[in-house]
Design a protein around this ligand. Structure first.
Ligand code: SF4
Length: 391
């Protein structure tokens, strides 16, 4: 594959809304996780990775006028790196960031204390996304997490003391041993922490993970879809009553605290991703880096780029993405934007299905957009399949 210098691509770009920075390190691999992570990495390899990341950033940002509206440090577990190292990486990015940018960091509670959190806040992060996963001690152990429920509560308190006003909690439902009661407890304790954002994801069993192997051997049952639906409905009910807006199938926010970074992905927006396995997108041109951390570092050291592949989406593929992602979001999709991909006249292509789905209440037309109806989130994947089946 032809290797393209990142600077050659990014020089052409003006404003790009999102920057994603991937930090792959984790203390251990959780039994359900198939992400590109690096466990037990030695200190010298971590240093090499950070150096490679900075090289990639300098190349991409050095000769451009990029101005990011959101920055997201994700992983892996970014907080496996010291706050000073994270701060150094962010400092190199800040000249390219809009003054009111959302700057998020994904973190696991076990790494954090008040001092670390104060250093992060001083470094420029204004949003913290905590991998809480559950407030039930048994579930936390089954999920292989190193923190307990009390630690989550202490970290949220310390984060507020450190000056974070925008805090998100990730929760997982459907783990082995979850009951409706334990899920309600997790939701109640998350709500009681008065955070601004909560994500609730269904446990998925991926091949090659410890859970995947346990399910294949018959040692563990696969998640039950009907029970999963019940747990999701419970989340919708409790979070709605607590004043959170469901703005995507798995995401709830207080007014004004939607994740701007993720919303950009769901709108089919542009973003630059740096680090191993990171993906980028600019107006239908998608490209991605080597997934393995060691391969990534070597490629940057020897070739100045770790590009592993790229593709140009066809107008039809872009239209499919806008519709499939849009029906999962409160703001839905715009027929005009789908038509602007050049694939087809969206209203003409979708009309039969739209009339039928609007008649059942699954979809609504609102301010020139097609948005999910009251029950639409629960059946979003089915809606997407029916609509894109028309293209
Ligand atoms: S901490 Fe997150 S990224 Fe790391 S292994 Fe666990 S689930 Fe995967």
């Amino acid at each position: 594959m032809q290797r393209v210098n990142a600077g050659q691509v990014w020089r052409k770009l003006g404003a790009v809304p999102g920057l994603y920075v991937h930090i792959p390190f984790c203390a251990r691999r959780c039994p359900y996780c198939d992400f590109a992570v690096s466990t037990n990495a030695r200190a010298d390899f971590r240093d090499s990775y950070v150096a490679a990341l900075q090289t990639e950033l300098e190349t991409a940002l050095g000769e451009t006028n990029l101005r990011f509206e959101t920055v997201f440090f994700g992983g892996g577990t970014p907080t496996e790196l010291p706050a000073t190292t994270l701060g150094r990486i962010l400092a190199s990015v800040l000249p390219h960031v809009a003054p009111d940018a959302e700057i998020s960091l994904e973190a696991n509670p076990e790494n954090l204390d008040l001092r670390f959190l104060k250093a992060l806040r001083a470094g420029g992060w204004n949003r913290l996304s905590l991998g809480a996963q559950s407030f039930d001690e048994r579930e936390l152990r089954v999920l292989g997490r190193a923190h307990d429920a009390k630690k989550i509560e202490n970290v949220v308190r310390d984060a507020k003391t450190a000056g974070f006003q925008n805090i998100s909690l990730d929760l997982i439902y459907g783990a082995p041993r979850t009951s409706l009661g334990s899920w309600r407890t997790s939701l109640r304790r998350a709500i009681a922490l008065d955070v601004t954002h909560i994500s609730a994801y269904s446990l998925t069993i991926e091949e090659g993970t410890a859970f995947g192997r346990a399910v294949s051997r018959g040692d563990m049952g696969a998640p039950d879809d009907d029970f999963g639906g019940e747990l999701m409905d419970e989340a919708a009910q409790m979070l709605g009553e607590a004043g959170f807006e469901r703005y995507e199938v798995s995401n709830w926010a207080r007014m004004g605290f939607r994740s701007r970074h993720n919303a950009n992905y769901w709108r089919g927006g542009d973003y630059l991703g740096v680090g191993c396995g990171a993906h980028s997108h600019f107006e239908g041109h998608r490209f991605w880096n080597e997934r393995d951390a060691k391969t990534y570092v070597k490629a940057i050291q020897t070739q100045g780029t770790a590009r592993a592949g790229e593709e140009w989406l066809t107008p039809r593929q872009r239209a499919v993405e806008l519709v499939a992602l849009g029906v999962r979001c409160r703001d839905g999709f715009s027929l005009e934007e789908v038509s602007q991909t050049g694939a087809f006249d969206a209203r003409a292509a979708l009309n039969g299905q739209l009339v039928a789905l609007i008649a059942t209440g699954a979809l609504r037309e609102e301010s020139e957009r097609i948005v999910p109806g009251a029950q639409g989130f629960a059946i979003a994947d089915g809606l997407a399949a029916r609509l894109v089946g028309q293209f």
